[in-house]
Ligand binder design. Structure first.
Ligand code: SF4
Ligand code: SF4
Length: 447
């Protein structure tokens, strides 16, 4: 096992970590799939309202790769298909039947995996709706099924606050994880498994698969950071990655021949009543977890606190999201903020006494200031884990000079959000860089 030490990044001492208690939520009355939350996908509907569907019925495919289908996580009736501006498909809502039926998929016995042709497994993942759980660096789109990566990277923990703890989702499923690893080994010549040091518990039970322990501040465990520190040739930049929990879903599909519908999600954030983990249906409504009792000044962040998106309290989990964080909107003005010592203020700046405080700190969504020009403080460069100079890359993009941005390392950006978090000028650097990366990718693939 190799040890990688990542020095750049930032420890986020935020309050609101979910406990490792696991609740199993009752079956919801509805589930939804949110095509607009799946980056790059151009959905083509395969159902219409009032159609009856089973668990595993294709709902839409991606026009770019028509074999890549997205399946229904529930059996019942398509209750609504909601469109946004320019007919973007926002939401497909399924009203669940009391007794659900499920589509059957091919099953692969563990002993046969070594002899199974790679193409057969790719087909099974495409037909089984889980191919898009694999994603390719540097753009983080799901990979073209016709391609083969130099390696697949499995991340067994996500150090972004607050994502599901592998100790919870792996507990009792180590064998399933081992099966999933054998599947990945048929898809790529190398599989790397990253874990934090001293994982303990269920992580120890899968440590025969762990190839690297990675220590360091957020986002040390990001696959893009791993590639940045270990690559030996430009081809390594095209590695694929998948989360540990998604390895379990892939394994469950191929081993059992059923579309797996259960996910472990984390409920965290300072405004969450009982912070915990929960086993929920894929595409489950947020409401049973995010019951705010009419509290309007709390924001529901679906996904981690730096990379997630703001969801409606009556919204649903997306295809990739496994966390819900309830964070106070912070829409108040702090009285005499400038003269307060700030002993409990989560900040990168050393201007507050919190620099002496090793405890976790409250957070809210308030920017505590307004957008202003860059003051060349260099904070963004000091935290960037892949040593881009975010402020210069951003300025190149403002000048519409993509070549210059690429020369600064735009494609190495792991979209971690830290540069935006620390910027005292409140510049949304990460958003600008991510959008530019995506535009560049779309231009390249359209060419
Ligand atoms: S430039 Fe990218 S990788 Fe660097 S801190 Fe910003 S978001 Fe993270
Ligand atoms: S952190 Fe913000 S203000 Fe400071 S150098 Fe970077 S972009 Fe400029």
């Amino acid at each position: 096992m190799n040890l990688i030490r990542v020095s750049k990044g930032h420890y986020l001492p935020l309050e609101g970590r979910p406990a490792t208690d696991l609740d199993v939520l009752p079956k919801p009355s509805r589930v939804a799939v949110l095509p607009e939350r799946i980056p790059f996908v151009k959905p083509k509907l395969m159902v219409k309202e009032a159609d009856a569907v089973s668990i595993g019925t294709p709902l839409f495919h991606d026009k770019r790769h028509p074999r890549a289908t997205f399946l229904s996580p529930g059996g019942g009736v398509v209750e609504a298909i909601e469109f946004g501006p320019r007919r973007v498909i926002r939401k497909i809502v399924i009203r669940l039947a009391e007794t659900e039926t499920a589509a059957a998929f091919p099953r692969f016995a563990e002993g046969d995996l070594r002899q199974t042709d790679r193409g057969t497994l790719v087909e099974a993942l495409l037909d089984g709706g889980l191919w898009p759980l694999l994603r390719a660096l540097p753009y983080r789109d799901y990979p073209d099924p016709e391609t083969e990566p130099p390696a697949i990277i499995v991340t067994l923990a996500d150090d972004e606050p607050f994502k599901p703890d592998p100790a919870v989702y792996l507990a009792g499923r180590q064998d399933l994880f081992g099966y999933g690893m054998q599947v990945l080994a048929r898809l790529a010549p190398q599989v790397f498994v990253l874990a934090p040091p001293n994982g303990g518990g269920p992580l120890q039970a899968v440590d025969t698969w762990i190839t690297h322990t990675v220590s360091g501040p957020y986002p040390a465990l990001d696959p893009g950071v791993f590639v940045y520190h270990t690559r030996r040739s430009p081809a390594d930049n095209r590695a694929w990655f998948v989360s540990g929990q998604d390895v379990l879903l892939i394994a469950a599909l191929l081993r059992d021949g059923r579309y797996p519908t259960e996910r472990i999600v984390a409920l965290g954030g300072p405004a969450a009543g009982r912070r915990r983990h929960a086993a929920v249906r894929m595409g489950a409504p947020l409401k049973p977890l995010a019951d705010l009792g009419g509290e309007a000044s709390v924001r529901c962040i679906v996904g981690g606190v730096l990379r997630g998106f703001t969801g409606e309290a009556d919204g649903y989990f997306g295809y990739f999201e496994t966390a819900l964080n309830l964070v106070p909107a912070g829409d108040h003005r702090e009285f005499m903020a400038l003269v307060r010592p700030g002993y409990r203020k989560a900040t990168f700046s050393r201007a507050f006494l919190s620099v002496l405080n090793r405890d976790t700190m409250p957070m809210d969504c308030n920017l505590h200031g307004e957008l202003r020009p860059c003051v060349a403080c260099n904070a963004c460069s000091r935290v960037c884990p892949v040593e881009i100079l975010p402020q210069l890359t951003y300025k190149s993009l403002l000048a519409d000079d993509i070549e210059e941005a690429l020369a600064h390392g735009l494609l190495d950006c792991v979209e971690c959000g830290l540069c935006s978090y620390v910027c005292p000028a409140k510049i949304e650097l990460c958003d600008h860089l991510t959008r530019a990366k995506r535009r560049y990718y779309q231009e390249q693939t359209a060419a």
